[in-house]
Ligand binder design. Structure first.
Ligand code: NAD
Ligand code: TYD
Length: 356
């Protein structure tokens, strides 16, 4: 049994689905169900006794301690976070509360549990912290990609809060001996991605005939990784990662935003042509830039490859085609996210809100 936090979010839901499909080991899924938590993404697990969903906050120490005592997981995989940079610019309170205070309380609850475990459970226990490349800051155009030894230079309230959480995890290892591993991953894309982030927003807006808002000059570079490759990296690090180490996870796919948007438009032109025969690229609209917008991220994932033999299975070409096709095949998921109906979905499916 493992405990996953934030397993109703984009990456967490993909992780839980893949974990149960590949491994079968039960999962306790602790998620607060903020606007970003969507149990509809886990609808295929309804009635599956291996998935125990608990609606709650990682900062609720008593709840977390109770879950650890009851289920005795052999590992905690920590995804739960506020994750959207633009939201963190409008208001950082929730980011500080969940990403920093929440991670601190989770670490303390896990430390209390782990410290009392008998052997061999104590030695085998793992806390895997899921983090981002954004903690490293922004790269100059010709600078080498981020390695694990790159200094922390976060520029947004989001990345600053994630950097703080990474430091806490590190300190709980060095000071208290907690058996932790951390992953720092580049931008993910794929199924169940909330359409406030670049790739799903562009797909959804294009299909709705809306403008495709590209910030600034569109030449900011991100290093995109298909979400299922991120999940496979996490499984690999959980199994064999060295304690106290961090592992960068990336797709070796740097692209300027405008190129990503053009690729999406090209795929939609092929798979779901516009009624008027024009390209979706006509909907591209340059808008005001994001304040403090990081210019370039790029991940050097060679440590993970060298030490643990991990490599992404998808190229960007294969991953983005699957992603666009997934959004075309799941209009109801998109519709429910956009209308807010995914929040009622819990009640409709389960009777009581949050009790799955
Ligand atoms: P997301 O915003 O889609 O999901 C976050 C989930 O956490 C939601 O289900 C939400 O309900 C839950 N949550 C939020 N606050 C909570 C709290 N206090 N207690 C319990 N649950 C809470 O995020 P995501 O894109 O799936 O990212 C997951 C993790 O991966 C985050 O830690 C993020 O920093 C990291 N990450 C994301 C990316 C990316 O490209 N999306 C890249 C690298 C790392
Ligand atoms: P995003 O998906 O928000 O991820 P992050 O900021 O964590 O990298 O944005 C990816 C890139 O796309 C980033 O450079 C900002 C840009 N962007 C746009 O140009 N337009 C948009 O509407 C959004 C949401 C993002």
């Amino acid at each position: 049994m493992i405990l996953v936090t934030g397993g109703a979010g984009f990456i967490g839901a993909n992780f839980v689905l893949d974990w149960l499909a590949l491994n079968g080991e039960p999962v306790v899924n602790l998620d607060k169900l903020t606007y970003a938590g969507n149990l509809e993404s886990l609808a295929s697990l309804q009635g599956d006794a291996r998935h125990i969903f608990v609606q709650g906050d990682i900062g609720d120490s008593a709840l977390v301690a109770g879950l650890l005592a009851t289920h005795r997981p052999r590992a905690v995989v920590h995804f739960a976070a506020e994750s959207h940079v633009d939201r963190s610019i409008h208001g950082a309170e929730d980011f500080i509360q969940t990403n920093i205070v929440g991670t601190f309380r989770l670490l303390e609850a896990v430390r209390g549990h782990w410290g009392a475990l008998p052997e061999p459970e104590r030695t085998g226990f793992r806390f895997l912290h899921v983090s981002t490349d954004e903690v490293y800051g922004s790269l100059a155009p010709d600078a080498p990609a981020f390695t694990e030894t790159h200094g922390f230079e976060p520029n947004s309230p989001y990345s600053a809060s994630k950097a703080a959480s990474d430091h806490l995890v590190r300190a709980w290892h060095h000071t208290h001996g907690l058996p932790v591993v951390t992953t720092n991953c580049s931008n993910n894309y794929g199924p169940y991605h909330f359409p406030e982030k670049l790739i799903p927003l562009m797909i959804v807006n294009a299909l709705a005939g809306k403008p495709l808002p590209v910030y600034g000059d569109g030449m900011q570079v991100r290093d995109w990784l298909y979400v299922k490759d991120h999940c496979s990296a996490i499984r690999r690090v959980l199994q064999d990662g060295r304690l106290g180490e961090t592992y960068n996870v990336g797709g070796w796919n740097e692209q300027p935003n405008i190129e990503i948007v053009r690729i999406i438009c090209g795929l939609l032109d092929e798979l779901r042509p516009r009624a008027d025969g024009a390209s979706y690229a006509q909907q591209i609209t340059y808008v005001k830039d994001r304040p403090g917008h990081d210019r370039r991220y790029a991940i050097d994932a060679r440590k993970l490859e060298r030490e643990l033999g991990w490599k992404p299975a998808e190229t960007f070409a294969t991953g983005i085609r699957k992603t666009v096709q997934w959004y075309l095949d799941h209009p109801e998921w998109v519709e429910n996210v956009q209308s807010g109906n995914y929040r009622q979905w819990v009640q409709a499916q389960y009777g009581t809100p949050g009790a799955a």
